[in-house]
Design a protein around this ligand. Sequence first.
Ligand code: AMP
Length: 219
Amino acid sequence: MKAINLVLFGPPGSGKGTQAELLRDKLGFVHYSTGEVFRDHITRKTPVGLEVEEYVTTGKLVPDDVVLEVVNAFVADHAGKPVVYDGFPRTLPQAEGLDRVLEAHHAAVDTAVLVDLEDDEVVKRLTSRRQCRRCKKIFNLSFSPPRVAGICDACGGELYQRDDDKEATIRDRLRVYHDQTEPLIEYYEDRFKLERVPGGIGRDKVFEELKRILAGFQE
Ligand code: AMP
C-alpha cells in the first residue's frame, strides 16, 4: 500500500473505528485514533491524560492545541507510511493543522471519507456499544454481540460501556459533531478530497466502498 493519508470522519458511532481497524488488519494501514490515544493517556495518568480526562468523559472536544501537539508527534514518527486518521480532524483548525504538518513532511491528505449516519441511528447504535477493557475491541449488543455476555471473544477481557456512550453524553457529542466537525465536509469538498459513504449499509459494504475509493490511488 502506498503512503496514503486517509481521513475517516463522521458522527460518533458511524462505524469509522471499525473500518479503520479493517484498513489496518487487511490493508496494512497504521490506525491512528486520537480518542484511543487520549484514553490510553488517561489510563496511564500522564500529564496529557490529566489535562484531557474531563473533556473525554463528558464528550466535549479536547482543545485544538493539545490535539495538534499529539498529532504532530505522531506524524513525525510515521511519515511515509499509509495512515488512517480516525476521529481526527474534528474541527477546521485541526484540519488546517494536519495539512500543515503533512506538508512539512512532503505529504498531504489524499482523501477524506465521510461515513454518514442519522442522529437517531447513532443513539441506537452507541447505547448498545461495549468495549473490552483489555484489548479495546468493540462489540455491539444488537448486531455484533460477544459469544458470552460481558466477556471479550478475542482476549477474555471484561466488556464495559464507555462513559461517553451514555445517552445524554451521546446527544452532547452529536451537537458537538454538527457544530464543529460538519464544516469539514465543505473544507474537503472545496479541495476535491471529499468522498461520502452511507454508514448504514453494513460493515462489509462500507469496507468495499473504501477499497473502491483507495483503488484510485494505486496506479
Ligand atoms: P472517539 O473515541 O474518537 O469518539 O473520541 C473520544 C473522545 O476523545 C471525544 O469525545 C473527545 O473528548 C476526545 N477526542 C478524540 N479525538 C479528538 C479530536 N480530534 N479533537 C478533540 N477531541 C477529541
